[in-house]
Design a protein around this ligand. Structure first.
Ligand SMILES: *Cc1c(COP(=O)(O)O)cnc(C)c1O
Length: 345
């Protein structure tokens, strides 16, 4: 797939767009890899992808700071691999990591210490092991495909894998967690759709964080192709300083998703990952955002989530919004597993 644009030309364009020095970007990219798709670069150049949206992928020297409380593995994922290509935090569902490559590198990624690094790869044998693991664990009914980006894997390797997964009858759902929809809509191609179409178990989890992510005819057309193939499209977002930490922007993102049948599912509080500190949003602001979202039509309201140090998700329904302070306070103690967040509602 000749699709991903790397430095230096793209960095020069971004530096100019963001009013930063190319040196700053280059220095950052030496530590944490950078990539942008042709599609997004074109949108940046033609002015349909704003700076707040672009900050998701824009290298920033603040990534190089070491700040207390921000760790390379905030979700404790290193302790959650029964085998290398699987992440498991629950008995009935798990994540298969198909690759550590991405189409774009989100600067706030929880796997920032791993993705795009030459020393981390997922081999064909490890994928075979992952399939064997699911096959021999009949309690696994739901498989999330992640990485890296599962759609960074070319069809010639991805499609045979999907067929093997489909052959496991106790698997009741297969969720493709990918940024392709908004960063490389062409990747949702006929070959892929022909496989997705054959089975009702597929779901697509988009990851859009700014209204610009879906404000493009190619993105909306790709979402429609997925829907027409019988694949529900859900969205996950992260609250990110400088990107969407404005209640009006977040409300627009969620309602635009809903009205385009991309259902808001999860709204994550930032994982406190080393190198992601400049995306942290104050608790007061998070509460304000949720208060605003609570006025949207029901299907446009995502569930607020934080992930604890055991890779488990804690969810809050923010209506009434006052309970959120207790919920977010609990996040600060999240490296201890919590038993009772479901009592908050
Ligand atoms: C997010 C995640 C899942 C899926 O969680 P849901 O609550 O079912 O959406 C499963 N396993 C791991 C390790 C995860 O991080």
């Amino acid at each position: 797939m000749e699709v991903v644009i790397t430095p230096p030309k793209t960095l020069a364009i971004l530096a100019q767009k963001a009013g930063k020095s190319v040196d700053e970007l280059v220095k950052t990219v030496d530590t944490y890899p950078f990539a942008l798709t042709h599609f997004l670069r074109q949108r940046v150049e033609e002015g349909t992808y704003s700076l707040p949206a672009l900050r998701q992928f824009l290298p920033d020297a603040q990534e190089l700071q070491d700040v207390a409380g921000f760790s390379p593995d905030p979700a404790g994922e290193s302790g959650k691999h029964p085998i290398p290509a699987i992440l498991q935090a629950y008995d009935n569902r798990l994540v298969i990591l198909l690759s550590y490559q991405c189409l774009v590198y989100c600067r706030f990624c929880v796997r920032k210490a791993l993705v795009g690094m030459p020393e981390y790869t997922i081999t064909h044998e490890q994928i075979e092991q992952a399939l064997a693991f699911v096959r021999t664990h009949p309690e696994i009914e739901d498989v999330v495909l992640s990485g890296g980006d599962p759609l960074a894997v070319p069809n010639r390797r991805l499609l045979p894998f999907l067929r093997q997964l489909l052959a496991i009858s106790h698997v009741r759902a297969i969720r493709i967690d990918s940024r392709a929809l908004s960063t490389m809509p062409k990747r949702i191609d006929d070959e892929l759709l022909d496989v997705l179409k054959t089975d009702d178990r597929f779901w697509y989890h988009a990851h859009m964080n700014h209204p610009d992510d879906l404000h493009h005819p190619d993105v909306l057309a790709a979402a429609r192709r997925l829907r027409m193939a019988g694949v529900p499209v859900l969205n996950q977002s992260v609250i990110l300083a400088g990107v969407n930490d404005d209640p009006a922007v977040m409300a627009r993102l969620m309602s635009e998703c809903y009205y385009h049948k991309i259902l808001p599912y999860n709204l994550y509080v930032l994982d406190r990952v080393k190198g992601g500190v400049h995306f942290e949003v104050a608790e007061e602001r998070i509460v304000e955002i949720c208060e605003t979202l609570s006025h949207l039509p029901g299907p446009a309201q995502p569930v607020l989530i934080f992930v604890d140090g055991e890779s488990r998700k804690h969810r809050a329904v923010y209506d009434p919004v006052t309970d959120l302070h207790a919920f977010l306070g609990a996040r600060n103690a999240a490296h201890r597993p919590m038993e009772n967040v479901s009592a908050l509602r």
